[in-house]
Write a protein that binds this ligand. Structure first.
Ligand code: 2P0
Length: 330
């Protein structure tokens, strides 16, 4: 059986940083995100007795070994076990954005794969089950199953059955926007997975992160529901800075920022002083996402494009949930 799905990437407003179970991808803390319209992955999966091994085609090129291949096969094994099938699969996947640009390709990638692979395997999973399955591929992927504004519940159970994402507000809830500002398309040196493990192990301030992150989640959730832009933006920005403080103080230190990152941070803060209301957030990489309301998009985009080192600014609205599609890649 063949099935295809399309899923959007997402950006965390309060971050996921650190695991309590690396096999089941269970987080130490919950997180809140916005699903990003227009930054997506499309994936087609077909199980067949004709395939002797899983075949992975990424952006038109076959990947037959290495970390990415192994992780995909491990994920397909989870799907096969759930469906009680043994057939190998052909998987074709395409991103419509630069993969190495720190735009969370694993989030849209595993959300699309969870939906396409489960359908192709004959499973009919509900949103909760899909989110849990996507989480097994990559933590942040569980948030891309839903559209709009999303919360990934940390959960308490050891088996992960209560650690999944739910929608806080739909995509048309308000005219909140995210300007994805690309300063580098180089592959990052330290992947999130390794970076967070190192932080949990060696950062003396990680305790402080865990002690304060739930207050940030509660404030951002409330801010979203009340459409309070200043509350969401200011808490999200501070939460990002706290996460980066823990990255910078691991051993050895992980510093994802480059000079262009710093330039944007200072510019956004100065513009805010002037009354142009915007806030920044940054993931495990140098690119900056700037939060604003629709009315300020054009002015901010123009100003960001004028800064040193800025290559591209992509305007993102809150995006859709993951969906199946009849447009197959093969
Ligand atoms: C987030 N990040 O909440 C945080 C903020 C990066 C910084 O989720 O090991 O690719 O696959 O669960 O989901 C990136 O980590 O890590 C991430 P795994 P993932 O968006």
């Amino acid at each position: 059986m063949k099935a295809s799905a399309i899923a959007n990437s997402n950006i965390a407003l309060t971050k996921y940083w650190g695991k309590r179970d690396s096999k089941l991808m269970l987080p130490n803390n919950g997180s809140i995100s916005m699903t990003l319209d227009g930054l997506n992955t499309r994936t087609t999966v077909e199980f067949s007795p004709e395939y002797e091994r899983d075949i992975l085609i990424f952006n038109g090129k076959e990947i037959s070994e290495g970390r990415e291949y192994e992780e995909t096969v491990a994920f397909m094994d989870i799907v096969r076990e759930m469906a009680g099938i043994r057939e190998k699969a052909k998987i074709a996947t395409e991103n419509n954005f630069p993969t190495a640009a720190g735009l969370a390709s694993s989030a849209s990638g595993y959300a699309a794969l969870a939906l396409a692979a489960s359908k192709a395997a004959g499973l009919n999973l509900d949103k909760r089950e899909l989110s849990i399955l996507a989480r097994r591929g990559s933590g942040s992927a569980c948030r891309s199953i839903e559209g709009g504004f999303v919360e990934w519940k940390r959960g308490e159970k050891k088996d992960g059955s209560d650690s999944y994402a739910v929608q806080i507000a739909p995509k048309d809830h308000w005219d909140f926007r995210m300007l994805t500002t690309i300063v580098s398309t180089e592959e990052k040196k330290v992947k999130s997975r390794a970076g967070m493990a190192q932080t949990v192990k060696t950062c003396p301030y990680y305790k402080g992160w865990l002690e304060t992150v739930q207050d940030d989640i509660d404030a951002v959730r409330q801010g979203i529901l009340e459409k309070d832009f200043a509350k969401v933006g200011s808490v999200a920005e501070y939460n990002c800075l706290k996460m980066h403080a823990t990255m910078i103080t691991t051993k050895p230190p992980i510093i994802y920022w480059n000079p262009a990152t710093m330039e944007i941070i200072h510019a956004v803060m100065a513009w805010r002083e002037e009354g142009l209301e915007s806030y920044f957030t940054i993931d495990a990489g140098p690119n900056v996402k700037v939060m604003c309301m629709e009315k300020d998009v054009q002015e901010l985009k123009k100003r960001l494009e004028g800064l040193n080192g800025v290559k591209e600014v992509i305007v993102c609205r809150p995006g859709d949930e993951a969906k199946t599609t009849e447009e197959h890649l093969f």
